[in-house]
Design a binder for this molecule. Structure first.
Ligand code: SIN
Ligand code: FE2
Length: 209
């Protein structure tokens, strides 16, 4: 990690931080989590991830020893993932448009729950069908250090602090950039308590699901 950003609104060409963008949207994950609870999925190496996850929308991201993929059903229940609330989709579309990506229609929303000590290593989001669509990432709750690099794992990274209601959009030339989240520091958020939630909206399947 070497970069330090002063104007942090553009992380890289095609990638923007929209500070406070989610403020006017009612994003409540409790109804989703009541149907499809947060769980610690097992990574390809067989170890459970420190971040707990669930999904909503037609497709959900899953991981197990066989690898990463999207599935239309929650493997815990065998039932379809909860529907994506209209307000979630509206936030994702508006944020994408505001970053220059018109007509984003996500079919998957991965919800990550970080408790103090949880982290997400550098990775690319590359399990989706169409890299022409951006990723929209919404942060709620405790602040986290987000790192954003280039197309190669070894490329230098910049680091930004993401706070409650911040939204990151990365697409176009930055769609396959490596990114990750450093270990979450302890704290208590006034609305969400001792946790950070991150929602990533993706177009996972082909254009018409
Ligand atoms: C992700 O890359 O899926 C999560 C990013 C974040 O938690 O900010
Ligand atoms: Fe990611």
């Amino acid at each position: 990690m070497n970069g330090r950003l002063f104007d942090d609104s553009e992380l890289a060409p095609g990638a923007r931080v929209l500070r406070g963008f989610a403020l006017d949207y009612a994003i409540d994950v409790d109804a989703v989590a009541a149907e499809s609870p947060f769980r610690h999925m097992v990574a390809k190496n067989g170890f459970p991830m420190s971040v707990a996850m669930t999904n909503c929308g037609p497709l959900g991201w899953v991981s197990d020893r066989t690898g990463y993929r999207y599935e239309s059903r929650d493997p815990l229940s065998g039932k379809p993932w909860p529907a994506m609330p209209a307000e979630f989709a509206r936030l994702a579309r508006d944020a994408a448009a505001s970053a220059g990506y018109a007509s984003f229609a996500p079919d998957a929303c991965l919800i990550n729950r970080y408790e103090p000590g949880a982290k997400m290593g550098l990775h690319q989001d590359r399990d989706e069908h169409d890299f022409g669509q951006p990723i929209v990432s919404v942060s709620l709750g405790l602040p986290a250090a987000f790192v954003f690099g280039g197309a190669k794992r070894s490329d230098k990274t910049v680091r930004v602090e993401l706070e409650h209601d911040d939204v990151v959009v990365f697409g176009g030339p930055s769609r396959l950039c490596y990114h990750g989240v450093l270990t979450l520091a302890d704290g208590v958020h006034p609305q969400l308590g001792r946790r950070r939630l991150n929602l990533t909206f993706r177009r996972a399947g082909p254009a018409v699901p």
